[in-house]
Design a protein around this ligand. Structure first.
Ligand code: GSH
Length: 213
């Protein structure tokens, strides 16, 4: 297998998820950073590869994969150990539900293009955009805290990291960037602290990437 190539951006939380999963599975990859603020993801060349014009995209083993959760599940199937989704169907469904709650219900509302549209096209002030951001973070994290509570151990589910933690750590990184209070989510903060200490997660941190965040 030739070296996989990850099209990404240091601060993109979706790309951050993909980096964690690649590291966790011990996959050596080449990073191809795109400058999202300058719109490189919208270029015709990149859109030809990924019509959505979003990062991450992973070229691996002759495949071109998009959507971070799809990338993570692919990696988990091709490199099953250590697992990111518990083999037990109900446990697997639970951790996928937490990952989806972040990736589908929190993150898309606070994405760069959504925040830009609110400000530039709809004319909202920065203060209103910030309120939008913190509102959806608070609602989403409160639900996630409740979902996690019963089954959490050192991580969001039990004592081994899963796909849910892979999504949690980048989301809390973003929340802190926007000064969202996290005091009401002790289960999430504990899992984030424990996961962030693991080498695979630490090496994926935006500040550790070749291109500064
Ligand atoms: N659901 C997608 C989301 C991808 C996504 O929204 N990526 C953002 C960065 S976190 C992006 O490329 N934004 C560029 C833009 O908004 O123009 C995934 O999980 O991969």
């Amino acid at each position: 297998m030739s070296r996989p190539v990850l099209y990404e951006a240091p601060r993109s939380s979706a790309a951050y998820r993909a980096r964690i999963a690649l590291n966790f599975k011990g996959v050596d990859y080449e990073s191809r950073p795109l400058n999202l603020l300058e719109g490189e993801q919208q270029s015709a060349d990149y859109r030809e590869l990924n019509p959505q014009g979003l990062v991450p995209m992973l070229e691996i083993d002759g495949h071109r994969l998009t959507q971070s959760l799809s990338i993570i599940v692919y990696l988990d199937q091709v490199f099953p150990d250590p697992p990111l989704v518990p083999r037990d169907p109900a446990d697997g469904a639970h951790v996928r539900a937490m990952a989806l709650a972040i990736a589908c219900d929190i993150h898309p509302l606070n994405n760069l293009r959504v925040l830009r549209y609110l400000k530039n096209e709809l004319g909202h002030s920065q203060d209103e955009v910030d309120r939008w951001y913190t509102h959806w973070i608070a609602e989403g994290l409160a639900a996630l805290e409740a979902m996690a509570k019963a089954g959490a151990g050192r991580f969001l589910f039990g004592d081994e990291p899963t796909i849910a933690d892979v999504c949690l750590v980048p989301q809390l990184f973003n929340a802190r960037r926007f000064n969202c209070p996290l005091d009401d989510y002790p289960t999430l903060v504990r899992a984030d602290e424990n996961a962030s200490r693991l080498a695979a997660f630490a090496a994926a941190h935006p500040d550790k990437q070749q291109v500064p965040a």
